[in-house]
Design a protein around this ligand. Structure first.
Ligand code: PBG
Ligand code: ZN
Length: 327
C-alpha cells in the first residue's frame, strides 16, 4: 500500500509539523572547538587557509576561553605550535612547553571549560613525522613511549583529557598505563582511532606547521579505501582503554561513523577537519553557497551518521546559530 493512501508530504507541509517529526539534532554540548597556541605575547595570527581561525599566544588564550565558555561550547581541543623542534619531538613534553603553558592559561581563565590536548609529535619534530624515525620508518614502540611522556606532561599541566592523534599501534594502552601509574587513572582518553591518510588535513598543516619533510603519513595513517580495517582499529583502542573513539575526517567517511555506531558502544566523535572547513569558507566567500545552511547540513549529517561529539572549527558559529534558533 502506497500512494495515494500514503503521502509523505503531509508531514512536510509546515514548519511546525516538520519540527515535530524531526529525527536528528545538534546540541551545543556536542561541539568541541580546536585552538592553536603559539609562543609569544599579544600574538594573534589568522591562518590564511582557515579564515576566522587564529593562532594565539598564551596570554590571549584566557580571553578566548571566556568566549568559548560564553558560547556554551563545553570543550576545546588544544594544538601547540612550538618554536623549537628536534629529531625526537622532546619539546612536546617540556614543563614550560607551549601546550603546557596554553593548558594552564585556559584552566586559569575558565576552570569549567574542558581542555582536551592533541597528543602527537609532528609539530615538534624537525622532520614533521608523528613519531621518531629509525632507518627511514617511524619506530612504533619508541614513539609510544615518547607519546606517553607527552600525555603525562599535558595532564600534569592540567589537561582534562588527552587525544593521541599519531596512529601508532598500541599507543592507547601505553598512554593509559603511563597515566595510571602517574596518578591520573581518572583522566579520560579520546583516541583518534580511525584516522585516514587524507588530503583534507592540508590547511591544518599550515596552521600547526607540521607537514612531513620527507615521505608522507601513509605508513601509519589508514588507507581511505579500507572499511573492514576500521573495525580492528576501533576494537584495539577500545580494548586498550580508550574512552571515546574518533573518526577523522568526517564528511567523506560518514559510512565509517555509521558502521562504528552500530558495532561499538563507546561515545563517538567526528572530526570535521581543516580541509572541510576551508572548502566551505572558500565557496561561501565567493557567494557560491550559503555558509550557515551548509554548515548546519554538514553537522547534522555527522550526527545522523552516528556521531555523539563533533570537533569543528565552526563550533562557535554553530553555537550562535543554535542560540538564535537558526539551526
Ligand atoms: C597531527 C594532526 C593532524 C590533524 C590533527 N592532528 C594532521 C595530520 O595528521 O597530518 C588534522 C586536523 C585538521 O585537519 O583539522 N597528528
Ligand atoms: Zn601528528
Amino acid at each position: 500500500m502506497s500512494y495515494p493512501q500514503n503521502r509523505l508530504r503531509r508531514l512536510r507541509r509546515t514548519g511546525t509539523l516538520r519540527r515535530m517529526v524531526r529525527e536528528t539534532f545538534c546540541r551545543v554540548d556536542d561541539m568541541i572547538y580546536p585552538l592553536f597556541v603559539v609562543p609569544g605575547k599579544g600574538c594573534r595570527r589568522e591562518i590564511s587557509s582557515m579564515p576566522g581561525i587564529f593562532q594565539l599566544s598564551p596570554d590571549l588564550l584566557g580571553g578566548e576561553a571566556e568566549r568559548v565558555a560564553q558560547s556554551g561550547v563545553p570543550a576545546v581541543l588544544l594544538f601547540g605550535v612550538p618554536d623549537d623542534k628536534d629529531e625526537r619531538g622532546n619539546p612536546a613534553c617540556a614543563e614550560e612547553g607551549i601546550v603546557q603553558q596554553g593548558v594552564r592559561a585556559l584552566k586559569k581563565a575558565c576552570p569549567d571549560l574542558a581542555v582536551i590536548t592533541d597528543v602527537c609529535l609532528c609539530a615538534y619534530t624537525t622532520h614533521g613525522h608523528c613519531g621518531i624515525p629509525r632507518g627511514g620508518e617511524v619506530d612504533n614502540d619508541e614513539t609510544c613511549r615518547q607519546l606517553a611522556a607527552v600525555a603525562v606532561s599535558h595532564v600534569r599541566a592540567g589537561a582534562d583529557m588527552v587525544a593521541p592523534s599519531d596512529m601508532m599501534d598500541g599507543r592507547v594502552g601505553v598512554i593509559r598505563r603511563a597515566l595510571d601509574s602517574e596518578g591520573f587513572a581518572m583522566t579520560p582518553l579520546m583516541s583518534y582511532s580511525i584516522k585516514f591518510a587524507s588530503a583534507y588535513y592540508g590547511p591544518f598543516r599550515e596552521a600547526a606547521d607540521s607537514a612531513p619533510q620527507f615521505g608522507d603519513r601513509r605508513g601509519y595513517q589508514m588507507d581511505p579505501a579500507n572499511r573492514r580495517e576500521t573495525f580492528r582499529e576501533a576494537a584495539f583502542d577500545a580494548e586498550e582503554g580508550a574512552d571515546i573513539l574518533m573518526v577523522k575526517p568526517a564528511l567523506a567517511y560518514l559510512d565509517v561513523l555509521r558502521d562504528l555506531r552500530e558495532r561499538c558502544d563507546l561515545p563517538l566523535a567526528a572530526y570535521n577537519v581543516s580541509g572541510e572547513y576551508a572548502m566551505v569558507k572558500a565557496a561561501a566567500a565567493r557567494g557560491w553557497l550559503d555558509e550557515r545552511r551548509v554548515v548546519v547540513e554538514n553537522l547534522l549529517a555527522m550526527k545522523r551518521a552516528g556521531a555523539d561529539l563533533i570537533i569543528t572549527y565552526h563550533a562557535l558559529d554553530a553555537a550562535r546559530w543554535m542560540r538564535e534558533g537558526k539551526f
